[in-house]
Design a binder for this molecule. Structure first.
Ligand code: INI
Length: 155
C-alpha cells in the first residue's frame, strides 16, 4: 500500500482569511488562533491576508473572491453564530457551511471553516480559545494540511 499524505509545514504558502465582525468578541479570538497557527507552522506574516465582513452570512462571497483570486493556496472562513441572537441563526449556519464547501469544490482551493456554532455564549467561549480549543486554529491547521495533501496528490 502506498499512502499519500500531507505535512504540516506552512512555509512558503499563502493564506486568505475572511472573518466576520458579528460576535467580534469571539471572532477576534478565532482570527488570533488562525494567525498563531499559521505562523507557528512556518507561514510568513506577509503571506497572510485577512478581510473583515459584517456577519457570517457575508463570509461565502468574500471567501469566493479570495479563492478565485488565484493569490492563495488556501482560504479560511471565521465566524460565530449563536442561537438565540436571531431566529434564523440556524439557517445562516447551514447556508454558510454549505456554501464554503461548494466554493472549495468549484475552485479547487481548500476552504476551511472556523465557524463557531453555539447554543449560547458559554459554548461560544468554549470554542474560541478555552476548553474546546480554538476553531480558528483548527481551520488553519486543516488549511495547512490540505495545501500539502493537494501538492502531494498533484505531484
Ligand atoms: N451573524 C453572525 O455572524 N452570527 C450570528 O449569530 C448572527 N445572528 O445570529 O444574527 C449573524 N447575523 C448577521 C448576518 O450574518 C448578516 O450579517 C446580516 O443578516 C446581514 O446580511
Amino acid at each position: 500500500m502506498k499512502e499519500i499524505s500531507g505535512n504540516l509545514s506552512a512555509a512558503g504558502r499563502k493564506f486568505g482569511i475572511a472573518v466576520s465582525r458579528f460576535n467580534s468578541f469571539f471572532t477576534e479570538q478565532l482570527l488570533q488562533g488562525a494567525e498563531d497557527c499559521l505562523l507557528r507552522h512556518g507561514a510568513s506574516p506577509d503571506d497572510i491576508v485577512f478581510v473583515r465582513v459584517p456577519g457570517a452570512a457575508e463570509l461565502p462571497l468574500a471567501v469566493q473572491k479570495l479563492a478565485r483570486s488565484g493569490r492563495f493556496d488556501a482560504v479560511m472562513a471565521l465566524g460565530c453564530v449563536i442561537q438565540g441572537s436571531t431566529p434564523h441563526a440556524d439557517l445562516i449556519e447551514q447556508q454558510v457551511s454549505r456554501a464554503i464547501t461548494q466554493i472549495s469544490l468549484d475552485t479547487g482551493v481548500p476552504v476551511t471553516g472556523g465557524l463557531v456554532a453555539a447554543n449560547n455564549i458559554e459554548q461560544a467561549v468554549e470554542r474560541a480559545g478555552t476548553k474546546m480549543g480554538n476553531k480558528g486554529w483548527d481551520a488553519a491547521m486543516a488549511a495547512i494540511e490540505m495545501v500539502s495533501v493537494l501538492a502531494s496528490l498533484e505531484g
